[in-house]
Design a protein around this ligand. Structure first.
Ligand SMILES: NCc1[nH]cc(CCC(=O)O)c1CC(=O)O
Length: 304
């Protein structure tokens, strides 16, 4: 019987640790007699806190170092915020499970205004994400958008210190950190479409580690997995990483998967969107077909 520790690789940020503990608590009963431990790993994105994310070359700044730890056998399963995990396949590694998704929205946080639509002409809004920036600019070209990096607590502090009108943060992060009371408004997902995989936690294992895969698989949620598979298939087919202005919403009703995608130009001036419906048991094809529809609408020009 395998009773070696099952080591979960995670970043050390408060949100990452919350997510890792959440996974560890659910993994212990199914991994027993293996004890479940956390291994903290510093990623490139943790070391460099000043460079705007968009300038860091994207692809895996929060995930690469954890994947390296998996490969080097310093961890057995990686706990990622799925939206930070690139869609490019990693040889020897496998996205095994995605537990039931948390809140998917983007939160408007303001100490001055009660709704996004109440922002004054020229209001100053902080966000680190190209997607949020493009969608905000599309909706409100008058706003001044400033780059804001750092973990959730840091960004909340900068809202106050820098006297900003508002910041935009993932709803999931705030809820998980017990900061839901800081949310002024969850933005309408018909115009502020969440990132691919937002609110979901992805568990990655070595493809040849059957014992760990068996335990981790018990945590997956079939509907969440199908939705994020479709979303990631769309993103991969569009050639985008986490840092392009692409948003998506998806849902499963009975056996049917509905997914919407939107691609914007970085300045938010142009956008294309499309919605596609397919069987919930063929999410890969549905996501790829949606990408083809978006490309037919001119998405490639916006991504160039
Ligand atoms: N890129 C940072 C990041 N990665 C995951 C989350 C929050 C959790 C989630 O959206 O799944 C955040 C913070 C944010 O976007 O405000």
């Amino acid at each position: 019987m395998n009773d070696t520790p099952l080591r979960l690789g995670t970043r050390g940020s408060p949100l990452a640790l919350w997510q890792a503990h959440f996974i560890a608590d659910r993994l212990r009963p199914v991994a027993a007699p293996r004890p479940v431990e956390l291994v903290l790993i510093e990623t490139h994105g943790d070391r460099d806190r000043a460079t705007p994310l968009a300038a860091m070359g994207g692809f895996g700044v929060f995930t690469k170092a954890i994947q390296t730890a998996l490969r080097d056998n310093r961890a057995d399963a990686a706990v990622h915020s799925l939206k930070d995990l690139p869609t490019i396949p990693e040889p020897g590694l496998e996205l095994v499970a995605v537990p039931p998704r948390g809140p998917t929205g983007d939160a408007f946080v303001s100490l001055k205004h009660r709704r996004f639509d109440a922002l004054p002409q020229g209001g100053v809004v902080g966000t680190s994400s190209l997607r949020r920036r493009a969608m905000l600019a599309n909706r409100r070209p008058d706003l001044t958008l400033i780059d804001l990096r750092g973990n959730v607590e840091t960004r909340l502090r900068k809202l106050e210190e820098n006297d900003l009108d508002a910041i935009i943060l993932a709803e999931a992060g705030l809820v998980r950190l017990g900061l839901a009371d800081r949310i002024t408004e969850v933005l309408d997902a018909t115009w502020m479409l969440p990132a691919v995989g937002q609110g979901a936690i992805g568990l990655e294992c070595r493809s040849d580690d059957a014992d760990t895969i068996d335990a981790v698989l018990a945590l997956t949620d079939a509907d969440t997995f199908a939705r994020v598979t479709a979303e990631r298939a769309m993103l991969a087919a569009l050639g985008g990483g986490c840092l392009v202005p692409i948003g998506t919403t998806s849902k499963i009703d009975g056996g049917t998967l509905t997914i919407r995608g939107m691609v914007l130009s970085p300045d938010g001036r142009r956008k294309v969107s499309a919605t596609h419906v397919g069987p919930a048991d063929a999410p890969l094809a549905t996501g790829q077909e949606l990408a083809a529809m978006l490309l037919a609408e001119g998405a490639a020009e916006l991504l160039a």
